[in-house]
Design a protein around this ligand. Structure first.
Ligand code: ADP
Ligand code: ADP
Ligand code: ZN
Length: 228
C-alpha cells in the first residue's frame, strides 16, 4: 500500500438527462480529460442495427418510434462492450441506465468485480428546450464529434473541426415527432433514477443550460472529487 486513497477499481460514472441534455457532448469531454471510455448504449444499439445483429433487428423499430429498447437487449450489448479490455481504464455511461431494472442490473454487474458507481451526474435542463437542441444536432460520421447548427457549428461549413471529414450525419430519430416520445419515455422511465441514485448518496446535479465549456468544468470538478 502506498498510503494514498486512490480507489483500487476503475471509475464508473453515469450521465443522466433527457435526450439533448448534452450527455454525449460531455462524455467526450470526460473521455479526453480523464482517459475514461465513453459508453453510449444509443451508439451501441445503432451499431447493432447497422450490423443487422439479432439484437439490432429487435431494437430497430422501437428506436425509430422513440421508445425504450428492452432491458435484456440493452444489457446484452452493454455487458459485451464492458468486458472489452479498454474499459478497464474506467467508463462514462452515456444514456444508460434508463430504467430502474437497468440500474439494478448495473449494480449487480459491478458488484461481481467488487466495483460500484462513483457518481451519477444529473444534467438539469429545461426539457421543452431540448427539442431545439435535438433538431439541430449533427455528428461527424468519422470521428464521432457532435455539433449543432446554432449552438456548436463547425468552423468551416460542413467540415469536422476535429478530423477534417465532410461525412456529417443526422440521426433518423432526431425528428420532431419522435422527440416527443423520447422525452415522454425519459420522464416516465428514466427520471425516477435521479431519486434512486440520490438515495444511495451517489447523485450530483449540474445546471446544464449554460455553455458547453462551463458545464464541462462543473462536471470535471465533480469527477475529480469522486475519483480522487
Ligand atoms: P444527448 O447525448 O444528451 O442526447 P448531445 O450531447 O448529443 O445530447 O447534445 C444534443 C445537441 O445539443 C448537440 O447538437 C450538441 O452539440 C448540443 N449541445 C450540447 N450541450 C449544449 C449546451 N450546453 N448548449 C447548447 N447546445 C448544446
Ligand atoms: P439521446 O442521446 O437522444 O438521449 P441515445 O443515442 O442515447 O439518444 O438513444 C437513442 C435511442 O436508443 C433511444 O431513444 C432508445 O430507443 C435507445 N436506447 C439507448 N439507450 C437505451 C437504454 N439504456 N435503454 C433503452 N433504450 C435505449
Ligand atoms: Zn470528425
Amino acid at each position: 500500500m502506498d498510503g494514498s486513497n486512490h480507489p483500487e477499481t476503475a471509475p464508473v460514472l453515469i450521465l443522466l438527462g433527457p435526450p439533448g441534455a448534452g450527455k454525449g457532448t460531455q462524455a467526450r469531454v470526460l473521455q479526453e480529460k480523464f482517459g475514461l471510455v465513453q459508453l453510449s448504449t444509443g451508439d451501441l444499439l445503432r451499431g447493432a442495427v447497422a450490423a443487422g445483429t439479432k439484437a439490432g433487428k429487435e431494437a430497430k423499430a422501437v428506436m425509430e418510434a422513440g421508445g425504450l429498447v428492452s432491458d435484456s437487449i440493452v444489457l446484452e450489448v452493454l455487458s459485451d462492450r464492458l468486458s472489452e479490455p479498454d474499459c478497464a481504464a474506467g467508463v462514462v455511461l452515456d444514456g444508460f441506465p434508463r430504467t430502474t431494472g437497468q440500474a439494478e442490473a448495473l449494480d449487480e454487474m459491478l458488484a461481481v468485480s467488487g466495483q460500484k458507481i462513483n457518481a451519477a451526474i444529473a444534467l438539469e435542463v429545461d426539457n421543452v428546450k431540448m427539442v431545439l437542441r435535438i433538431a439541430g444536432r449533427f455528428t461527424c460520421g468519422d470521428c464521432g464529434e457532435g455539433y449543432h447548427d446554432t449552438f456548436k457549428p463547425t468552423t468551416t461549413d460542413g467540415v469536422c473541426d476535429g478530423c477534417g471529414s465532410t461525412n456529417m450525419t443526422r440521426r433518423a430519430d432526431d425528428n420532431a415527432q419522435t422527440v416527443m416520445s423520447r422525452l415522454d419515455a425519459y420522464q416516465l422511465q428514466t427520471e425516477p433514477l435521479i431519486s434512486y441514485y440520490d438515495a444511495k448518496g451517489a447523485l450530483s446535479r449540474v445546471d446544464a443550460m449554460g455553455d458547453i465549456e462551463a458545464i464541462g468544468q462543473s462536471i470535471a470538478q465533480i469527477v475529480s472529487k469522486v475519483t480522487a
